[in-house]
Design a protein around this ligand. Structure first.
Ligand SMILES: Nc1nc2c(ncn2[C@@H]2O[C@H](COP(=O)(O)OP(=O)(O)OP(=O)(O)O)[C@@H](O)[C@H]2O)c(=O)[nH]1
Ligand SMILES: [Mg+2]
Length: 451
């Protein structure tokens, strides 16, 4: 790779970062740094330059994001967390999530509705609090925030609660009133943790928002809500790298348990579309999917040898169904970022359900050994599943293709193949067309294939 190639590669990475909602000044700073690293490591001219460049970018990203996951400082009793952010960012939802999170760690939280104007705000917090069994403190409308804060802390002490979570009010814009209110609330409650809640889809604006709040309240960390949507997490990089506010948690859904600790390394990979297999593995573990009696387990050893069976496919289909929104699962798989929508469409169209019905119509022996599937037996299976023979043929063919691919690349995650609907090779896409892939997707996919 020549210096010119390096710059071309870096330009592509910069585009990828900006695509992922990283603010341009942050992306530029990163690229400059990567360029220096690449040159000092004499990346120019060597072999395997692509991988090494990606590794350098990944480590620069991870470092910018804060290196390792940060623990909140909650040593005080009661400890106080102030949540702040623009209107609709996700403060109230996140307050309930945090309360539940720390209650599970043995803390005794008190949720505080610190919005002096909107009765609906306190109402929403009261409902969420009740749902997770956490007490909620509210004061009459019009009570100044400082007073709300003081009374809430006094109440927590009186009740023996050791964690106060203040849910402040949001505005559509960062105006002086809001900042004054937050200053007063901060002065009255002295929260050691002041967490900025950001809508992950805020995109490049995240930097302006973060800087706006920074002056008045000096956030100690950020929580990126709604990272379950289309947002790719670039906002995290933007606040951490641009405003110097490390992300501590991410919100991945509306439910009170949809909160995850922020792992810089994982988000860095997600931003680069390198996949987030660690989180996926945790999800599987958390929900005990692998242990479900009804689902045959994936035999990894066998899969690595390329002896994929219909039992494995079935297990995969069921795991995907249990893991929740398919697009979200697919996004965590290397190189599949761009295919989430497609997989979701396949799930919605019932394609996975039909595949499952076909597999279930096979005998156990056939599921283990697809070579047994003669035309006569396929016809019987089609009849049993109530599907056309061609569909059975397609599924058998798909399995064969996957086996082939796996033998060639050894150790490909079967979920990628299934979710991609065999579209990995552009053929037999099960009725839906693979969208044109971007340069980045193509690169990520090629990379994934080689794993
Ligand atoms: N999908 C998804 N939705 C979320 C998440 N967090 C919050 N929401 C939704 O976003 C909307 C706004 O969330 P709130 O918690 O009310 O936001 P807020 O910052 O308290 O809003 P204000 O109090 O009006 O300033 C709600 O519909 C939430 O259900 C998340 O992590 N994922
Ligand atoms: Mg709110």
């Amino acid at each position: 790779m020549s210096a010119a190639d390096l710059d071309a590669g870096l330009a592509e990475i910069r585009t990828a970062l900006v695509d992922a909602d990283v603010a341009t000044p942050v992306a530029d700073a990163l690229i400059t740094r990567v360029r220096v690293d690449a040159l000092t490591q004499e990346l120019v001219g060597g072999l395997g330059v692509g991988e090494r460049l990606l590794a350098i970018v990944h480590s620069a990203l991870t470092e910018t994001l804060g290196g390792t996951a940060r623990e909140l400082d909650l040593r005080e009793r009661p400890a106080t967390i102030l949540l702040l952010g623009l209107q609709g960012a996700g403060k109230t939802t996140t307050a309930a999530k945090l309360a539940q999170w720390f209650a599970r760690e043995g803390r005794r939280p008190l949720l505080v509705a610190a919005d002096p104007r909107r009765p609906a705000a306190a109402e929403q917090l009261a409902l969420l609090g009740a749902a997770v069994n956490i007490p909620v403190h509210r004061e009459p409308l019009g009570t100044p925030v400082a007073e709300i804060g003081r009374r809430a802390i006094a109440a927590a002490k009186r009740l023996g609660l050791d964690l106060v979570i203040l849910d402040s009010s949001g505005r559509t814009t960062l105006d002086d009133d809001l900042l004054t209110e937050l200053r007063e609330l901060r002065a009255a409650t002295q929260p050691r943790e002041r967490l900025l809640v950001l809508d992950a889809a805020t995109g490049q604006q995240a930097l302006r928002v973060a800087e706006g709040f920074a002056e008045a309240v000096e956030p100690t960390g950020a929580i990126l809500a709604k990272l379950d949507g289309d947002a790719r997490g670039g906002a995290a990089l933007t606040v951490a790298g641009g405003a110097g506010i490390p992300v501590v948690f991410i919100g991945t859904g509306e439910r009170s348990d949809a909160l995850e600790r922020f792992h810089p390394d994982r988000i860095a990979r997600r931003i680069l579309d390198m996949g987030d297999l660690d989180t996926l593995a945790e999800l599987v573990q958390q929900r005990g999917v692998a242990k479900q009696g009804a689902s045959p387990e994936l035999n990894e050893e066998r899969i690595k040898r390329g002896d994929l069976t219909f039992d494995d496919l079935l297990a995969q289909l069921r795991q995907m169904a249990t893991l929740g929104p398919i697009g979200q699962v697919v996004k965590m798989i290397p190189g599949m970022g761009g295919m989430a929508a497609q997989a979701e469409a396949a799930a919605a169209s019932g394609e996975f359900g039909r595949a499952e019905a076909i597999i279930l119509s096979m005998t156990p022996a056939e599921r283990r050994d697809p070579a047994l599937l003669s035309m006569a037996r396929r016809r019987r299976i089609a009849g049993g599943a109530g599907r056309a023979l061609e569909e059975v043929n397609r599924l058998v063919k798909r399995l064969e293709e996957m086996r082939l691919l796996m033998r060639r690349s050894s150790g490909v995650d079967p979920s990628r193949l299934m979710a991609g609907g065999g579209a990995l090779r552009g053929k037999h896409a099960g009725g839906h067309q693979r969208p044109k892939e971007t340069q980045r997707e193509k690169k990520a996919r090629r990379k994934g294939k080689r794993r």
